[in-house]
Design a protein around this ligand. Structure first.
Ligand code: GLY
Length: 366
């Protein structure tokens, strides 16, 4: 099965191409897009070992002149210092305004490549070839690019859209199962916030916890429907003036848990899973959502092998304090995305402090 989706934005439009073995046709797919002749392929050493030759061959065969720049794997390299090295590589390869950077990797590589492309020569082309499930269903679509500041994640960045997102599900064979599950957290998120039918398909499925066990047709459905949801939201609100904030479902509490545990205890997807459980309980306590649907969400999260509990060593007060520093705080008020029914959410800052504290406490033993 192959699918091509379109992201339509006020100033640009691009396709998300989803098909097994897509990496082998990246050159021909890019050739029709007027992306210049020079390509800087940006990846990390592990991913490059697996897929670098295939991508370079496909690009060279299609007539591109390719150089490669590697950034060590890990969030700690998502810095301005790494971007400076990308600029050095761009200079060495004499990239021009018409040239293209290709991101081959997970969310960190995609975000950094996009930011380097947004800023080099005031903006050159870039293409996303995501290799993690999380990057395929979330980070590679929608144009959020950037790096971390020592004081916080993704504080430096730009909205800058790729010219193409090329997804090859077969590369998930080399993704560690824990990272696969992390991506599934974002997939479950789309089911809750946007696509009740996707949620029902996930509920009915088995083997969601790894690439080895998931049905390949279901995986492609998951990729298509998640990208459709993301494209629909971003098309309506590219710069997060309103609707796009719903994509942060589970992220408010999730970010607090991630940062308070120094990004070492839980990965991003696991933090989102924990945040969705807490948000579900908040919504149920505020009579916005039925307890029955909140429990269906939690069951699916557990079934996927994702955690549901806020780590017990964190004090309720420090979690509440950390929420206040979230990027999404507006006029001093923490914004929560809370489900109202499967497939729909509302954005609210009307969460009484005692209800929030009670839910956090409850989620440390749930
Ligand atoms: N990852 C959330 C967004 O792209 O808005």
């Amino acid at each position: 099965m192959a699918a091509v989706l379109r992201v339509d934005l006020p100033d640009t439009a691009y396709e998300i191409a989803i098909a097994p073995q897509n990496l082998d046709t990246i050159g021909t797919q890019m050739a029709g897009l007027n992306l210049g002749k020079k390509v800087l392929l940006i990846s990390n050493p592990e991913i490059e070992q697996f897929y670098g030759d295939r991508v370079r061959d496909a690009l060279s065969t299609a007539g591109f002149n390719v150089a490669t720049h590697l950034i060590p794997a890990g969030e700690e390299y998502k810095t301005l210092a790494s971007i400076e090295q990308v600029y050095d590589a761009a200079l060495a390869h004499r990239l021009e305004r018409s040239s293209t950077m290709v991101a081959l990797g997970g969310g960190v590589i995609g975000d950094m490549t996009g930011f380097a492309a947004a800023t080099w020569l005031r903006g050159i082309n870039f293409v996303q070839a995501p290799t993690s499930l999380l990057a395929m269903v979330d980070a590679s679509v929608g144009g959020k690019t950037g790096v971390n500041h020592p004081q916080g994640k993704n504080l430096i960045g730009a909205f800058y859209q790729p010219k193409l997102v090329l997804i090859d599900p077969t590369v998930l064979a080399t993704l560690p199962p824990r990272e696969f599950r992390a991506g599934m957290a974002e997939v479950i998120k789309y089911g809750v916030i946007w696509d009740a039918d996707l949620f029902a398909q996930l509920e009915a499925a088995e083997g969601l916890s790894s690439y080895e066990t998931i049905d390949s047709q279901l995986l492609e459905t998951i990729l298509v429907r998640s990208c459709q949801a993301k494209a629909a939201v971003v098309s309506q609100d590219e710069k997060e003036a309103g609707l796009r904030a719903i994509l942060n479902y589970g992220h408010t509490l999730g970010h607090a848990v991630e940062s308070l545990t120094q990004y070492r205890l839980v990965n991003h997807g696991e933090a989102v899973a924990i945040g969705m459980v807490a948000a579900g309980q908040l919504a149920a306590q505020l009579d916005l959502w039925t307890t029955a649907e909140a429990e269906r969400q939690d069951k699916l999260i557990t079934q996927t092998g994702l955690p549901t509990q806020i780590p017990g060593q964190l004090a309720v007060a420090e979690i509440v304090d950390t929420l206040q520093t979230d990027k999404k705080v507006k006029a001093g008020k923490v914004q929560f995305i809370l489900p109202t029914t499967l497939g729909q959410v509302k954005i609210t800052d009307q969460v009484p402090a005692e209800v929030l504290a009670g839910v956090i406490q409850n989620c440390q033993v749930c």
